[in-house]
Design a protein around this ligand. Structure first.
Ligand code: AIR
Length: 424
């Protein structure tokens, strides 16, 4: 059943000033059609956080005819710069949140550092997707892992460390491992690799004794991710699994085409992602990242070949290729889930490789040779409008599409060479 046809929903085109109709619908979601309601009133969708993910959400929403509002403290946030409204306050500022609620029919989020309590406040008055509960679980590795266990999806052997006693009691077979802060980590932030007990102790010190998870290091053959979108009515669609290569803890490139991942693993990853979303009664776009273990390794024999790593309660860097290689992007689906519009299965129409453009490319403050890159067939450049380049900072991405896998690989390697990105 399409969202628009669902019974018990408020009148289509309801605007924020619809008040009680909107409030009554917060738990089930409502349908907010794009464009002007005839009275001249526009439907506005909101996003907490103003980074590149918010910017691409805003652009997708605007393309469909929505007005947009962004709440982000940064005066030059990538999303704030292109949105109709930019509410420039801290995420927990009550006046800022009130303004966002007043403006918006429904609100989403784009950054795990947006505090769940802010989403809770918004969710009391407006449809918020994903919910504060789901975001709260994804923001906390301890809760996240418990959720994976509940869903029956294998994760790396781990232990929670909250005290010196727990640190001392760590089992030897969890080393070598990776110590990760439970909260506020992204792009490799808040993670330290440790081999010995002494390293573990100093790493915990380095992370200031924060609640952490120590995960056993596993023999990885590859990493992949799956993105799903789930609506208020439980309808769920998915993108094909993405093969990801990380460098220094940051996504470097994503390859998506037939043959990149074995069909059996791909099916298992999609099934696991759907189970994780379903169990949360998740609404919105969700990405789940997986490790593929070395075939025949002791760990693969004990745990299976596919291990869940983490989830992101939002569109994901590994899904950016969908803007250029699919008939619906992950941001289109974020808009549709939030606005209660029908979800249809996206179709990838071209093999794709996405290269991340990190701040490292702006060495000596010179502009990378975009003219040479854009001379390559099937090159799609996306820059996020960030004013300050820093090492490891995501400044943009480049998607290469083409008629065949071989062609896309050749062009992607040419683009990488042109930009001084390590070949793959
Ligand atoms: N982001 C969110 N989680 C992981 C990432 N990379 C995106 C969001 C967020 C932005 O990165 O869009 O707002 C923050 O980027 P930066 O460069 O300011 O740290």
């Amino acid at each position: 059943m399409s969202a628009a046809a669902a019974p018990g929903r408020p009148k289509q085109g309801t605007t924020p000033s619809g008040g009680s109709a909107v409030r009554a619908a917060t738990s089930v979601g409502a349908t907010f059609l794009p464009g002007s309601a005839g009275s001249g009133q526009q439907t506005t969708l909101g996003v907490m956080g103003g980074g590149q993910l918010g910017r691409m959400f805003v652009q997708a929403a605007q393309a469909m005819g929505y007005f947009t509002a962004v709440l982000d403290p940064d005066v030059v946030s990538p999303a704030g710069l292109v949105s109709h409204y930019h509410i420039q306050t801290d995420y927990l500022d009550q006046q800022g949140l009130a303004q966002l609620m007043q403006r918006c029919a429904a609100i989403t989020t784009e950054f795990e550092n947006v505090p769940a309590p802010a989403l809770m406040t918004l969710g009391a008055a407006r449809p918020v997707a994903p919910s504060a509960e789901a975001v709260g679980i994804a923001q906390d590795r301890v809760k996240e892992k418990a959720h994976f266990v509940r869903c029956g999806v294998p994760c790396a052997p781990y232990v929670v460390i909250e005290s010196a006693a727990q640190l001392a009691a760590v089992a030897d077979d969890l080393l070598p491992g990776i110590l990760k802060t439970a909260r506020m980590g992204y792009d490799g932030k808040g993670q330290v690799r440790v081999t010995t007990r002494a390293e573990l102790a100093s790493a915990w010190d380095e992370l200031q004794g924060a609640t952490c998870v120590l995960e056993k290091m596993l023999p990885l053959k590859a990493e992949c991710s799956v993105i799903v979108a789930r609506g208020w009515d439980g309808a769920m669609v998915n993108f094909p699994p993405q093969l990801n290569l990380h460098r220094a803890g940051i996504l470097a490139l994503t390859e998506v085409y037939e043959g990149a991942i074995s069909p059996a693993l791909a099916a298992r990853a999609i099934e696991a992602t759907k189970a994780i979303a379903e169990e949360l009664q998740y609404v919105g776009v969700l990405c789940v990242e997986f490790f593929v273990l070395e075939e025949g390794s002791a760990e693969a024999k004990a745990l299976g070949a596919l291990i869940v790593n983490e989830m992101a309660p939002r569109p994901h860097n590994s899904g950016h290729y969908s803007l250029d290689a699919c008939d619906l992007s992950q941001f289109d689906l974020q808009v549709r889930t939030l606005a209660g519009l029908p979800l249809v299965q996206p179709r990838q129409h071209s093999p794709a490789i996405m290269l991340n453009l990190l701040g490292d490319l702006w060495v000596n403050r010179t502009t990378p040779p975009w003219d040479q890159v854009l001379a390559l067939p099937g090159a799609h450049l996306h820059l996020y409008g960030k004013l300050a380049a820093a090492k490891g900072r995501k400044m943009g991405h480049l998607t290469l599409t083409g008629a065949s896998v071989a062609q896309v690989r050749t062009t992607a390697l040419a683009a990488a060479a042109c930009l001084g990105i390590e070949p793959f």
